[in-house]
Design a protein around this ligand. Structure first.
Ligand SMILES: *Cc1c(COP(=O)(O)O)cnc(C)c1O
Length: 389
């Protein structure tokens, strides 16, 4: 094994990704398109590798947050449609057209900008209209008193030269929350989305080819909201409570090794800040995984890493490049042995809960210095290492 891999690495199981994709595909049925959300380097899994796999599996669309992320995929050989969910500066519109990248249009000012620039370039920009139905982030406002003006604004955008309006979409705020209030809110968002879409289609005299709104929460809890296309992210990567219910598999397993083991007498303080003191003769392992790799320092003294013989409590403050784990009760665990930070045996969901956050934040936080190792059909297919020498 390469020496870089003796430190800390992330195994990306592309078979698990394929399993998740096929399971979700079956769930939504054959007539619904599948957009895989691969923004933020595919939630830390590697956008090009994940997209390539989705392309091979027959997914219909990808979504990213910016033109840089879209261009990374095009440079990586991805040819399937890509939707940019965020803003693109007007001077980049020519590149969007050249590389067949679809842009979200979130308000009138952007619609005009994109249209003018597309006309100036002499091309046609494919766009999806974003409607704000209650997320209060991006999108045409169209609730309450704004219904008519919102619909009219979208109609005007649809008629602009240089734009080809392929789709319309919205985003849910609480589709993943089960309480009554959240269910009512999600239903009202969906209802408004359907009404505004219908209104615009009436005045436009044309149906939108792709209407979409279903994120992970909606795919899991509201199958009636799939419309023409679904847009899951987290589910695809196999994390969160819904992934567990649908028997999806976690795609990333973050692993490290034990680099050193030392024996301390009772009463020895461990690491910065001295927040942990041994109360017995303690066999302490040093693991080369710290906050610069994406370990949340807040988890210091609060979590466990998984050895082959079971969980080892993490002790003392997590450092930049290292942390300590207690191996006293695991006498067969030796220097050089692997530990799982999270993955199939040490649940990411539980670690996220301990850190007071969501699984998304933990996979996105796995830093660039952690190499990603890709596995497909049981074999290592690619190693992406950040080597600087
Ligand atoms: C990130 C994102 C998604 C995917 O969300 P998940 O909760 O991971 O399924 C879908 N749509 C939009 C607009 C997003 O920004």
């Amino acid at each position: 094994m390469n020496s870089t891999l003796r430190r800390t690495w992330a195994e990306i199981d592309l078979d698990a990704l394929a399993h998740n994709y096929r399971t979700l595909r079956k769930r939504i049925g054959p007539d619904v398109k599948f957009l895989g959300v691969v923004k933020a380097d595919a939630y830390g899994h590697g956008a090009v590798q994940v997209s390539r796999t989705l392309e091979q599996l027959g997914a219909d669309y990808l979504a990213v947050s910016s033109i840089d992320e879209a261009m990374e995929l095009r440079s990586g050989g991805i040819i399937m449609p890509i939707l940019i969910l965020g803003h693109t500066p007007r001077e980049q519109v020519g590149r969007l057209i050249e590389y067949h990248i679809t842009q979200a249009v979130t308000c009138e000012a952007k619609a005009l900008e994109y249209s003018e620039e597309a006309v100036r370039c002499g091309g046609t920009l494919t766009v999806h209209i974003k409607v704000d139905t209650g997320m209060s982030r991006l999108g045409y406002i169209c609730d309450g008193a704004y219904f008519t003006t919102g619909a009219q604004g979208i109609c005007r955008a649809c008629a602009l030269p240089g734009l080809q309006v392929e789709g319309i979409f919205t985003h849910f705020a609480v589709a993943d929350e089960p309480d009554e209030d959240s269910v009512a809110y999600t239903r009202s968002q969906f209802d408004l989305f359907c009404r505004i879409t219908e209104e615009v289609e009436k005045c436009r005299g044309e149906r939108f080819a792709i209407r979409h709104c279903a994120n992970t929460g909606a795919v899991a809890c509201y199958p009636e909201m799939c419309l023409d296309m679904v847009r899951p992210g987290l589910l695809l990567y196999g994390y969160g409570e819904f992934a567990e219910k649908l028997a999806l598999q976690p795609v990333m397993t973050l692993k490290s090794t034990i680099s050193t083991i030392k024996i301390y007498a009772p009463g020895t303080s461990v690491s910065y800040g001295r927040i942990f003191t041994t109360d017995r003769t303690t066999r302490m392992g040093v693991v080369p995984y710290g906050y610069a790799d994406g370990f949340f320092r807040y988890l210091s003294n609060r979590c466990q890493l998984m050895t082959a013989d079971g969980p080892a409590p993490q002790r003392g403050k997590i450092c930049m490049d290292m942390c300590m784990i207690d191996l006293t009760d695991l006498p067969n665990v030796l220097v050089g042995d692997e530990v799982e930070i999270f993955g199939k045996r040490n649940s990411l969901n539980e670690m996220a809960a301990l850190a007071g956050t969501i699984p998304y934040e933990l996979t996105c936080a796995v830093s660039k210095r952690v190499p990603r190792i890709y596995r497909q059909n049981g074999a290592v297919t690619e190693r992406e290492l950040l080597l600087r020498f």
